[in-house]
Design a binder for this molecule. Structure first.
Ligand code: FAD
Length: 465
């Protein structure tokens, strides 16, 4: 790396940008690199979708509430900032699917909806005898022939039939992405299922034989922080170089001037950078880099609006409870809610003794208007839905409604190819500019953290050339 001091700018202070800033500044310090790293965030706080409300003894997550323990980068970051003593695993309990207005326990041995044990599938009321027979075709159908991508729904419908997909797989999988399973990309979301099918000739056989089964059955597959996920954001922020974070400032435009980039900020200032990590959602990028028409495909990649609805009750208000930690709702139900977590049972640390905390989710593709309804109306709708499956007395002591407009990027069919083509153009025309974050290569917190770390490696490799 040349001895002349160079500048790296990270755009966006969500978990991806924060991770990149933390690890890059750490590398600069440890390796005494002649680099300055700055982070610009449009809003007045860091964390992006990670936001916690602490109120009356409750810990309420507005956005993500936990991360997959199996993907280790989140735990590593937690440890880096000394928060490992705050880690808790989820309490395990029964989860349900709501189909045609009725709650059914998720059949034992189902891995993301794929049966790994036959008996629970034969006995569940979730599917008709015809639906069960159709699913058994999975054992005899040849693997799908494709070199490219296909809709996740099409892949599963071919193997297991519509009933198993609509009543089990769709609510489980589309809940993670707030997406439409018939539009989502198989290869960008769950390529492991395609590989299982190709290797074992059957999803059921494949799921039975692989570690997927162990992962599902392992206790407490998720982790969170007792102090709320925002405490991770705060601890990372405390460790960033004083003066290196600029909040309340948007990067509006990036242009290239030879070997440097000029960043126009909403304050009217212009910064120069030798390398840039862009962690903002994809739909912002084409305008930010308007001189580069190859970003245009990002304009048509949809984003879903969702809202989380946290309702706090005295425990005794729940007169008829359910033995479990939550449910997801199939599209075959006349419900507005898409899912609900009994947060006080799944994450007992979040709720004071004698209280109950229910967290509902609303908003999915084709049903996003609900997110724009006034708070009272959203609470009324969610309570009506809940009262169809349990009995709750009166109104919550308080509600925390968090709207996430156009927040869930949709990895539609062709996602990976689209991104690869854009990255190829970037390497040729925008060397030293890198994309990372939930719009690109995974939207779970550990995926975002992985991308933040990878972007740091890319920047350092680029500047060492
Ligand atoms: P963001 O958090 O969106 O950060 C991007 C940042 O860029 C924002 O702060 C924004 O203000 C800033 N920005 C935008 N434009 C500009 C600009 N022009 N200049 C400067 N800054 C700009 N994941 C899990 O692992 N577990 C969960 O339980 C989970 N639950 C979720 C529940 C909900 C309701 C939602 C919405 C998401 C959930 N996710 C979950 C997904 C996860 O939270 C997100 O994918 C992740 O937080 C995104 O991080 P990010 O840094 O990529 O983007």
């Amino acid at each position: 790396m040349s001895e002349e001091k160079r500048t790296v700018v990270i755009i966006g202070g969500g978990i991806t940008g924060l991770t990149a800033a933390y690890y890059l500044q750490k590398a600069i310090k440890e390796q005494r690199l002649p680099l300055t790293c700055k982070l610009v965030e449009a809003t007045h706080r860091l964390g992006g979708k990670v936001q916690t409300v602490i109120r009356d003894g409750y810990v309420i997550e507005r956005g993500p509430d936990s991360f997959l323990a199996r993907k280790t980068s989140a735990f590593r970051l937690v440890k880096e900032v000394g928060l490992e003593h705050e880690i808790v695993h989820n309490a395990t309990g029964k989860s349900y699917i709501l189909v045609n207005g009725q709650l059914y326990p998720i059949p034992g041995g189902a891995v993301m909806g794929i049966p790994t044990r036959i008996a629970p599938f034969l006995t569940t009321g979730l599917f008709s005898p015809v639906g069960k027979l159709r699913a058994a075709l999975d054992f005899v159908l040849p693997p799908v022939k494709t070199n490219g991508d296909m809709p996740l729904g099409q892949f599963f419908r071919r193997r297991l039939g519509d009933e198993v997909v609509d009543n089990l797989i769709e609510p489980l999988l589309s809940g993670i992405y707030a997406g439409d399973i018939d539009e989502m990309s198989l290869m960008a979301t769950f390529p492991q299922f395609f590989q299982l099918e190709q290797k074992y000739g059957s999803l059921v056989r494949g799921a039975k034989r692989t570690t997927l089964k162990e992962q599902k059955e392992r206790k407490g597959a998720f982790q969170t922080l007792k102090t709320g996920l925002q405490s991770l954001v705060e601890e990372v922020e405390k460790r960033l170089e004083p003066g290196s974070v600029i909040k309340g400032t948007r990067v509006e435009r990036i242009t290239r001037a030879g070997s440097v980039y000029r960043l126009q900020l909403s304050t009217g200032e212009t910064w120069e950078a030798d390398s840039v990590i862009i962690t903002v959602p994809h739909h912002i990028v084409p305008d930010m880099l308007a001189d580069y028409p190859f970003f245009a495909p990002f304009r048509s990649v949809p984003l879903t609006s969702v809202a989380t609805v946290a309702l706090a009750f005295p425990e005794k208000a729940i007169r008829q409870d359910i033995d479990g930690t939550g449910f997801v709702v199939s599209r075959r139900s006349d419900y507005t809610m898409t899912a609900c977590t009994w947060t006080h049972k799944k994450w007992p640390h979040t709720t004071p003794p004698g209280k109950a905390l229910l967290r509902g989710y609303v908003g999915r593709p084709g049903d996003e208007d609900i997110v724009d309804q006034p708070d009272d109306e959203i609470v009324r709708i969610v309570l009506d839905d809940l009262n169809k499956v349990m009995k709750i007395d009166g109104h919550p002591e308080f509600a925390v409604i968090s709207r996430w407009k156009r927040a869930m990027p949709q990895y539609t069919v062709g996602h990976r190819e689209r991104l690869a083509a854009i990255k190829q153009h970037m390497a040729a025309e925008l060397p030293g500019v890198f994309l990372a974050g939930s719009s690109y290569e995974g939207l779970g917190l550990p995926d975002c953290i992985d991308q933040g770390e990878k972007a740091v490696r890319d920047v350092l490799d680029y500047l060492r050339q």
